[in-house]
Design a protein. Sequence first.
Length: 127
Amino acid sequence: MSGSTERHESAVARYLEAWNATEPEALRKAVAAAWTADGSHTDPLADVRGHEQIAAVIAAVHEQFPGFAFRLLCTVDGRHDIARFGWELVNQADGPAPVAGSDVLTLDGEGRIRPVTGFLDRMPAQA
């Protein structure tokens, strides 16, 4: 049984909106809407804090994977101030998803993300 609430689902929707933003101004606004000013993102490839660094990591992913978008893989599971979910990075042109993972968000009282801890479950082989 899922403990997710609208608050958790909204936070994840804003998070994915930020990760799918490709234009610099849209990305800046989406990151500010999703994270607290001192929010952070930590995964096996990045450990950043603050809106500017988070936006830079997102922009770098889009440079590496142009034409790809992040998609929710499962129902958001939420408890108290924690939300967790699975996602995949999908090629919008023909559907392959070479990258997938799961993230855990900790929310503040207004539903904005403080830290994100990300886990990569599938990555393309590095040449």
